[in-house]
Design a binder for this molecule. Sequence first.
Ligand code: FES
Ligand SMILES: [Fe+2]
Length: 424
Amino acid sequence: MLSIEDNKMLIETGANTPMGKLFRRYWIPALLSEELPAPDCPPVRVTLLGEKLVAFRDSNNQIGLLDEHCPHRKASLFFGRNEEGGLRCVYHGWKFDACGKCVDMPSEPPESNFKNKVTIKSYPCQEYGGIIWTYMGPPDEMPDQPVFEFTLVPPSHRYFSRRIQESNYFQAIEGGIDSSHISFLHRRVHENPTPTQLAVENGAPKFEVTKTDYGLLIGARRDTKEENIYWRITQFVMPWYALIPPTTNNSKLRTGHAWVPMDDENCWHWTFSWIPESPIKEADLAKMKEGDHELHAALIPGTLRPVQNKDNNYLIDRELQASKKNYSGIKGIGIQDAAVQESAGVIVDRSKERLGTSDAAIIVARRVMLNAAQGLENGVNPPGLDVEQLKVRAASVMLPRGVPFQEGASELLKLNEDDFVYSY
Ligand code: FES
Ligand SMILES: [Fe+2]
């Protein structure tokens, strides 16, 4: 439970709010590189932290991220012409470069120097790991760019997607770090269950949550019928990332998420899938691209809204639900998450909830976020800006009884960047 004031601080992300100021101190995943596939390709609209923006790739491959609205009379630059090193408004021809400088103003007389006085809001961008990142904070506070395992693997080893989630970002984070719901929402029937699958069915894990320099290390412990304990270890990395443990010990596919606020009622749900050691198999990749995959949902063509959405009850199949093969009757782990998280309302009133012991991780995560935002208001630098601290992994592992998970899994939880030396 949170007070109404704390809930407000947690969910509001506009430029003048404490959480909005906090988020503007981090690099933000803004778009997939493939959304701007070539120089001078059509621009793309993207709303981030309540700001309507338009992204484009100029003739020199430089990425620009500008205010969506032209400073002249506010027409949308989404309709702009992306040509010869800038984005030109189609209303009266004003043209802006990737840094937001007005470089042409054909509607004014040639002798006018008005164009030198006009700029448009622009944010710096970087492109690496298949992602276009932006920084929307004070220029002199810009941190180094974050390095995650999924940004280090070759393109053949990874598949990323982003889609709209119609809820406040923090509901999505809460789902991402809540390891107990996998025993219910994502339950599947296994014909010959392995010890870990049986353990996953234990719906009342005990949580051990450790605060770290970058966020939280979250151990969810489930007893098994054997000597060992099954640990699922999730990493929460400030300000909105979760690295999710594989469901079984031998699964090579790794999963990470980012939940980036579009505005206070919607967020970008990013899913990062990657295999550190090898390319993703063609058949799996095809399923991901088609949206016929547990984690990568099919989208309505031309939009980033899932085909399964709240207007059609996520295409819930009551017969499937009754058959017990699928606990929720909703297809796809990612959409199962979206369904329950969106169904709580676009903004949950956390002053009215009833939390239990399995909510331990989200209780600490809320505190970490609120303390970071409050700390920044008091001049304390936020956690998770030192890229060296971000070199971590999630893990699922069987450990002998009595061994603390932080020690037993310590090697599995480290990311060794040197393992990823390769050339594109
Ligand atoms: S509104 Fe863009 S040039 Fe006039
Ligand atoms: Fe989930």
